[in-house]
Design a protein around this ligand. Structure first.
Ligand code: UDP
Ligand code: MG
Length: 349
């Protein structure tokens, strides 16, 4: 596998990166009965071999999150749990959507795990790279992004739309990792900071890069869905993109303001044109005043909307209550020593 460093910040290796971490693999499942058995088999193999190699702790688990499936997915998870010691399950009361189901799993798993890998249930993501994720974690990375090497197995439409999606996000000022879906490893402390993002519109791909810490990417090949069909039809994909943009960017509103300015400029030109025509006597009466006022009022309205939009944008950013910063490392005494540092120096109180 090829790894490229995204972070050049080289922090000293902290003891939080365990050599044999407890790994949880969180898998959101929505109507995945056709592929579930295969997925469990596959992931059990991955887990067993990593435990045997002493890469991860024996307390590691697979966590399947049933996102309000209407088929037998949950029954299958429960059945798997009875015979497979790795399997654990979480059942959401109703279909909350992929992102929220994933978040539920991550938040539950972080209480038990040292690091958590999230992946889809359909085995599209190469399960072999979980091992690489863990190796990177052991080197001291808090977030490891799985990035698709090529999209040859996707339909041309999916490829095209995905590319447009990343480009658009970039243009709208949303910082995402190119060709990274939700296949990633996060350390316990990264997850604890993720928990501080209280927003209701969950767009994990946008939030995770905001956290920071040492991050890296691992490339992998994306396979075709092992069984069943995509739960992301065009409509859901579009709404996902829209959610991503509107949760992270006030650019659409800025565009309104910009159009306002442009049309104010245009109204000036229109006014000049209308006045010229009037002077040259090429108009019927009333045309000039109508022409000028329609343009002018129109552009003022657009500008006013844009300005209101700016303020709404501010409110919108405030109500999200995002954490303002994340502390990575502290070089400071522990509270007990800090209480009276002068004592150590031999001073009198
Ligand atoms: N999924 C979910 N809830 C939903 C839709 C999808 O938990 O409402 C899960 C689904 O079971 C799968 C993952 O999200 O594990 C990704 O979905 P899918 O593979 O259908 O998306 P695609 O790979 O086609 O974009
Ligand atoms: Mg899929």
């Amino acid at each position: 596998m090829v790894q490229s460093e995204m972070s050049f910040y080289n922090s000293s290796q902290s003891s939080t990166y365990k050599q044999q971490p407890i790994l949880y693999i969180v898998v959101p499942c929505y109507n995945e009965e056709e592929v579930f058995t295969l997925t469990v088999e596959h992931l059990t193999e991955v887990m067993t071999s990593m435990v045997q190699e002493q890469l991860v702790s024996r307390e590691s688990r697979l966590m399947f999150v049933d996102d309000g499936s209407r088929d037998t997915t949950w029954l299958q998870i429960a059945a798997a749990r009875r015979e497979n010691p790795w399997v654990t399950g979480l059942k959401l009361a109703r279909n909350a959507g992929h992102q929220k189901a994933l978040l539920a799993g991550l938040m539950y798993a972080k209480e038990f795990a040292d690091c958590v890998v999230s992946m889809d249930a359909d085995l599209q993501d190469d399960t072999g790279v979980v091992r690489d994720f863990v190796l990177r974690y052991r080197e001291g990375y808090d977030v490891v992004y799985g990035v698709r090497r090529s999209r040859e197995t996707d339909t041309w439409f999916k490829r095209w739309s995905a590319e447009k999606f990343y480009k658009l996000m970039q243009r709208m000022g949303v910082n995402t990792v190119y060709n990274h879906a939700d296949y990633r490893l996060m350390s316990k402390r990264a997850l604890e900071h993720l928990a501080e993002y209280k927003e209701v519109n969950v767009f994990l791909r946008g939030i995770v890069p905001l956290i920071g810490f040492r991050t890296t990417v691992v490339e992998y090949d994306r396979h075709e869905r092992a069984a069943g069909e995509s739960k992301y039809p065009l409509k859901k994909m579009l709404s996902f993109a829209w959610e991503g943009i509107t949760s992270f960017s006030v650019k659409p509103m800025r565009i309104v303001t910009m159009i306002g300015f442009l049309s104010l400029g245009a109204s000036l030109l229109a006014a000049i044109y209308a006045l010229m025509s009037k002077i040259m006597g090429m108009t019927v009466s009333g045309w000039t005043s109508l022409m000028v006022s329609v343009w002018f009022i129109g552009s003022i309205q657009l500008l006013a909307l844009g300005v209101i939009g700016e303020y709404i944008g501010k409110i919108y950013n405030e109500v999200k209550h995002r954490p303002l910063y994340v502390i990575d490392e502290v070089l400071h005494e522990q509270p007990s020593a800090a209480a009276a540092p002068w004592k150590e120096a031999g001073w009198k109180e």
